[in-house]
Ligand binder design. Structure first.
Ligand code: SF4
Length: 371
């Protein structure tokens, strides 16, 4: 396809007059003639149309860590991981409620409870449902749960009835590439969970991890599968190479490639909340603010077992780049003004960017644990 025809198609897609097929989407990702700036500008059109210049902050809370019998090759908690991560069974209710409050105080739009393991049984679901009710009665936060495979409609309904706003279950990659990242469950298990939760009326959060040895068409296939399911929240993670990971350790992804992947997901899923998720600090470095041209949400305070930028640093980066925080916390704007004053005396990209992978320790994973 000629460059002018590629540009015409890109502009039509940016205006949402049409949607890209797999071949066209792959060309957007790979064409050396189409600059990253051009792609970001086009993908920024639906971002601003549906989300203005707002950014939503998400905070992850590992309510259970380690002890996992699955072998997801990208996960430090998998059964065969050589490096021990701090392991604990379920956090107490007091700890979880304290973390929900901290998330609300940081301006988080959504609070995500994440557990290790293949999937929850009836007793775990009963506990999560109780926690969801309590968190939502105390704070005007949306609550997301990421608890693994759920294919039992009754369990899904119990979570929906408790008021669960979203269920996270990432597709991670394409059906074709899935066997290279995990052997204990497959792509169809993942898709069945999405179907079960969606049928129960819970909105989905499902995304990918780029940089696990996949080819561009795998990312395109995953983006199209998420569009087909009408997934409203899509975390785009960039593989964080923890020592001993089972998937092939890639070279550091280039910032340009990461930005093009974010643009691709926005162009294929124009109305979805696209999250510049795990690994943004490591792979995008001081170009993270460019990612906000197409992504409208991110995580603060790190990821499951790896540290990342804190809320203060991230909010300063967002405000310095000219975006606002979409928060449920009406007290937050006053605090943001203080941060903005500080930000004006610093460079627009002067935020803390961990250059290397730093694992969380127990104190960071369980800040409210009573000794
Ligand atoms: S991603 Fe979840 S299911 Fe897979 S190994 Fe890690 S904790 Fe276990």
């Amino acid at each position: 396809m000629s460059l002018s025809s590629l540009r015409d198609q890109l502009n039509q897609i940016a205006r949402e007059e049409t949607t890209p097929d797999a071949d066209l989407a792959r060309q957007f990702l790979e064409s050396p003639e189409l600059s990253t700036t051009e792609l970001l500008t086009a993908a920024g059109i639906p971002r601003e149309k549906h989300f203005g210049r707002e950014v939503r902050i998400h905070i992850l809370n590992n309510v259970r860590n380690g002890h996992c019998g699955e072998d997801c090759g990208y996960c430090a908690q998998r059964k065969t991981a050589p490096e021990d991560v701090p392991a604990y069974a379920d956090k107490t209710e007091t700890e979880i409620l304290a973390e929900a409050q901290a998330a609300y105080d940081s301006g988080a739009f959504r609070y995500c409870m994440v557990t290790s393991g293949r999937g929850p049984g009836p007793r775990s679901v009963e506990r999560y449902a109780d926690l969801i009710r309590k968190i939502k009665s105390l704070y005007p936060l949306e609550v997301c749960l990421s608890a693994g495979i759920v294919t039992d409609a009754a369990l899904a309904q119990e979570l929906a009835s408790a008021g669960l706003d979203r269920y996270n279950h990432n597709l991670n990659t394409s059906r074709e590439h899935y066997e290279h990242i995990c052997t204990t469950h497959d792509y169809d298990d993942r898709m069945a969970t999405l179907e079960t939760m969606q049928s129960a009326g819970v909105a989905l959060c499902s995304g990918v991890i780029a940089g696990m040895g996949e080819r561009p068409h795998d990312l395109v296939a995953a983006a199209l599968a998420l569009r087909e399911r009408n997934v409203p929240s899509i975390p785009v993670n960039f593989f964080i190479p923890v020592q001993g990971h089972a998937v092939e350790r890639p070279a550091r992804l280039s910032a340009d490639y990461c930005l093009r992947v974010l643009a691709l997901f926005r162009l294929i899923n124009p109305r979805a909340e696209i999250r510049m998720a795990a690994g943004r600090e490591i792979h995008l470095g001081d170009r993270q603010s460019e990612g906000l041209q197409v992504a409208n949400s991110l995580f603060v305070s790190g990821y499951l077992n790896v540290r990342g930028s804190d809320a203060h640093t991230t909010i300063r980066m967002i405000r310095s780049a000219g975006y606002t925080i979409d928060t449920q916390n009406s007290d937050l704007p006053a605090q943001l003004e203080d941060l903005l004053v500080e930000a004006k005396s610093e460079s627009a990209t002067g935020h803390d960017t961990p250059a290397d992978v730093v694992m969380k320790d127990m104190a960071q994973l369980r800040p409210y644990q009573k000794s």
